[in-house]
Ligand binder design. Structure first.
Ligand code: REL
Length: 833
């Protein structure tokens, strides 16, 4: 085989090794360590091609070019040059630039070497191409062109990612393997643009992670999350092809604008600034109103009451708009409490709605007075979060151009999406979604365990209801939610890449990208079980969910199994990736296992002791050992991993909640009490995806969704936009049939366990209908009318259910028919008694 064939083969092999989704999306581009015909040499023979930018281009282009230089260094140990001069000085230049801002890119467009239409008037679009003889004197160029400043930066970081630099390279210590040479071959330009216009993160509940870490390790001068930390966050956002942030806003953190360099750095990195649902007009009230007002204005603030103190509040907002108007921002409009509470003022709902309407009108007046643009083209969002949703539903008049950012119920299930009328609004809609949360019924601030499958199900549904304007994900402290954050941003960039029906494959693709193809499958297997177990109770919720003895045993065994797999894999992971592996895989898996052991062994010790069983005390000891070990591995995370880089980032007891403490265990054996052990009832569990037959009307499909919901799989009807089926119209509903053996005639109960989703619009429920042996179908709505105790239980146990009773007259095979009536219904299991 001659060299040329060998080179071609290696490119092909590389394409083959790339995760399928990547390959499809990045069609036409291949990277290789070996040269082949028409490859562009990024690094060859120990020399790197030079990177050319136009000095007049946006600052972020220079930042991306410098980062690309560093990435090349990381990948090959070779130093490239970033030059602000004419690329025609080089035979093989890397040209990076923005249309309309880079002379070189404009020349290439003019010469027809870059397709003008692929970039012209596009939002954040990039084109990566290898061009033969692009300009006089240049033999071949690698050209990364953007339609705007962020488009250029995303093109650079996308290319870095394809060359092997993970977006988490700094944030999770993912170090690439060293390569001798780097070539890129582009059969045709790679052109991409985002599905969602504004995409980003909310740093929240930062008091036990990113704030103490930043204070200790990053912004040591101000002992806070300051410009050094934010610069790293902004780079992460660019690498994730994200553009938007709600900065940290808790009392432990000073306001973002308090540090003059914060917005300056955001602008350099081209990151769009926003603020959370309770911080209208980019003002962080916990600090700026409640704490620092006197310092800023030389007097104490009046009441946080728009009905009583309108002028002062309006001035306070105006001052921020004046300060922010030259930066790219999205203004949150509306008003809540100083922090995360309801707007103080009138008690009567109608009056409250009226006042909120006035607030928004006045905020828009402030915007139009201070920004020289029509107010309808200043990006604004309104987030009907918590109690605000009921004000919106009560008739708040929202200006048409304001984007409605629908929120989830804090536990990953979106509460409402745009109805057909709302979908026509020029402001469109978006989503505020949690993968980390402080609040009722229980926080989940320690480990990250919301699966890509759930994120995809909810966000894809939202997208189909036209929520494409802005997605903001509450990522807590970023760590240890790195993978889930990366997933959400990958989805926001290309909503078709990770549909609910293939989102369970993300872990494999991500692991291949992060740790190498040989580790992809085993890591994906571990993550699948990790997510499945957390669906039935997140580690942080273990004290609030009860498991029958048998379930508890299964759970412990499953955790132990994945932990052992994870540990074994650790021995094979290359040394350069050990820190990353600990942060991303080992710590969360072991932490989750230990939390389960701590709680479930403690319970077991009490039950055994109550029955006079001598082994009770050994379970008390095991529980205590797990408790101790959680602290030990957390200490390791903070003090040893990556040479202590993450010191302060990981707390094993955020908010010091009871669940993190040592639970009550047996300390002595009591005399045997009869009947203290609960008998597990005789239940048959049928997985919903294992139906015997199905019937699906025209226009919809019944989809099995792997990795979604209790037990791991669910079924749901697509598309999300199908019209709900009325009770009299069951003949037009999709249904699944299960063959079930009821071993005794008489009354039986069937519990249908579903994902605890909420109706897609106000007024739409989440219903199924059930009939056994063709008896009269019973219609059940699994979505509670409000966030009551049932909702609380549902989100903790990871399912909502309906219970029906059925008279069975025969033994042997019966048919259970389940109709799926509303969009967003996911059925996971049938539990038959
Ligand atoms: O998740 C949310 O959006 C809210 O709960 C937060 O704004 C709030 O900071 C909460 O964490 C508690 O203070």
């Amino acid at each position: 085989m001659n060299f040329r064939n060998l080179a071609g083969l290696s490119v092909l092999m590389l394409l083959f090794l790339l995760p399928k989704q990547n390959m499809a999306q990045r069609a036409g581009i291949a990277v290789s360590e070996i040269n082949s015909v028409s490859s562009f040499p990024i690094v060859e023979g120990g020399k790197a091609s030079s990177i050319y930018i136009d000095e007049k281009d946006a600052e972020v282009v220079g930042i991306a070019a410098e980062a690309f230089k560093d990435d090349i260094q990381l990948l090959t140990g070779t130093t490239a040059k970033v030059l602000k001069s004419n690329p025609a000085l080089s035979t093989y230049p890397i040209i990076i630039g923005t249309m309309g801002q880079s002379l070189y890119i404009d020349q290439l467009i003019k010469a027809g070497k870059i397709n003008r239409a692929s970039l012209s008037r596009k939002w954040e679009t990039f084109s990566v191409s290898v061009i033969e003889n692009p300009l006089k004197g240049i033999k071949r160029a690698l050209v990364i062109a953007g339609s705007d400043r962020r488009g250029t930066a995303y093109g650079v970081f996308q290319l870095s990612r394809m060359l092997g630099v993970s977006p988490l390279c700094w944030w999770a210590d993912v170090k690439p393997a060293l390569k001798k040479s780097l070539y890129i071959k582009a059969a045709k330009p790679l052109v991409e643009s985002p599905s969602v216009k504004y995409r980003g993160i909310f740093i929240n509940d930062e008091d036990w992670g990113i704030q103490p870490w930043a204070a200790k390790m990053m912004d040591t001068d101000v002992k806070d999350i300051g410009p050094k930390t934010y610069t790293k966050i902004f780079e992460l956002l660019l690498r994730l092809k994200a553009n938007y942030i709600w900065p940290g806003m808790h009392p432990s953190t000073k306001a973002f604008y308090y540090y003059a360099n914060n917005p300056v750095m955001a602008d350099k990195y081209a990151i769009v600034l926003g603020s959370s649902h309770c911080e209208p007009m980019l003002r962080n009230n916990v600090f700026e109103w409640a704490e620092n007002f006197e310092h800023e204005y030389g007097k104490k603030p009046g009441e946080w009451r728009y009905d009583l103190n309108k002028n002062e509040i309006a001035n306070y907002w105006t001052d921020r708009v004046k300060q922010a108007k030259n930066y790219e921002s999205v203004y949150t409009v509306g008003m809540r409490g100083i922090h995360d509470g309801s707007m103080p003022g009138p008690k009567n709902k109608n009056e409250k709605v009226k006042l909120l309407g006035e607030v928004i009108t006045d905020q828009r007046t402030i915007l139009s007075k201070n920004i020289t643009k029509p107010v309808s083209s200043i990006p604004q969002i309104f987030c009907p979060y918590k109690e605000v949703l009921s004000l919106y539903q009560a008739g708040l008049k929202l200006p048409d151009d304001v984007t409605i950012v629908w929120a989830d119920d804090n536990h990953g299930y979106i509460r409402q999406l745009s109805n057909p009328e709302e979908q026509k609004r020029s402001g469109g809609s978006g989503v505020y979604y949690h993968i980390s949360y402080w609040g009722a019924p229980q926080d989940y601030l320690w480990l990250s365990s919301i699966s890509p499958s759930l994120i995809s199900y909810e966000l894809t549904k939202a997208y189909q209801y036209k929520a494409d304007r802005l997605w903001v994900i509450n990522v807590g402290d970023i760590k240890p939610a790195e993978m889930e954050t990366q997933f959400a941003m990958d989805l926001a960039w290309n909503v078709n890449q990770w549909k609910p029906e293939n989102a369970d494959k993300y872990a494999e693709s991500w692991a291949a990208e992060t740790f190498g193809a040989e580790f992809a499958k085993p890591i994906a297997e571990i993550k699948a079980v990790y997510y499945r177990l957390a669906q039935a109770a997140k580690p942080e919720h273990m004290a609030s969910v009860n498991f029958a003895d048998e379930q508890a045993e299964e759970r412990l065994a499953a955790y132990e199994k994945i932990y052992n797999q994870a540990k074994k894999l650790n021995d094979q992971i290359p040394a350069r990736l050990k820190d990353a592996y600990f942060e991303l895989i080992l710590y969360p898996v072991e932490g989750a296992m230990l939390m389960n052991q701590k709680i479930l062994y403690a319970k077991k010790s009490l039950t055994l002791a109550a029955n006079g069983d001598e082994s009770a005390l050994s379970y008390s000891k095991k529980s205590k050992a797990s408790f101790d070990r959680i602290q030990l591995i957390t200490k390791k995370y903070n003090e040893e991993i990556a040479g202590g880089k993450w010191n302060g980032m990981m707390s094993w007891k955020p908010r010091d909640l009871a669940v993190f403490k040592m639970p009550k265990v047996a300390d002595s054996i009591v005399s045997k009490l009869s009947g203290a052990v609960e008998k597990t009832e005789n239940k048959t569990i049928v997985q919903a995806a294992k139906y015997a037959e199905k019937s699906v009307p025209k226009g919809v499909t019944l989809q099995t969704l792997k990795g979604l919901g209790l037990g791991g799989d669910g079924i749901s009807v697509y598309p999300f936009t199908f019209k709900p089926i009325s009770e009299n119209d069951l003949q037009n509903a999709a249904f699944a049939i299960y063959n079930v053996d009821f071993n005794t005639p008489g009354e039986h109960q069937i519990e249908v366990k579903c994902l605890p989703t909420q109706g897609v619009n106000n007024g739409i429920k989440v219903r199924y209908a059930i009939s056994v042996n063709n008896d009269k179908p019973q219609i059940i709505n699994i979505s509670p009318a409000s966030e009551n105790n049932i909702w609380k239980q549902n989100v903790l146990q990871g399912y909502a259910s309906g219970l029906t009773k059925h008279k069975i007259n025969k033994t042997g095979k019966s048919t259970v028919k389940i109709y799926l009536l509303d969009p967003g219904l996911v059925i996971n299991q049938l539990e038959i008694q």
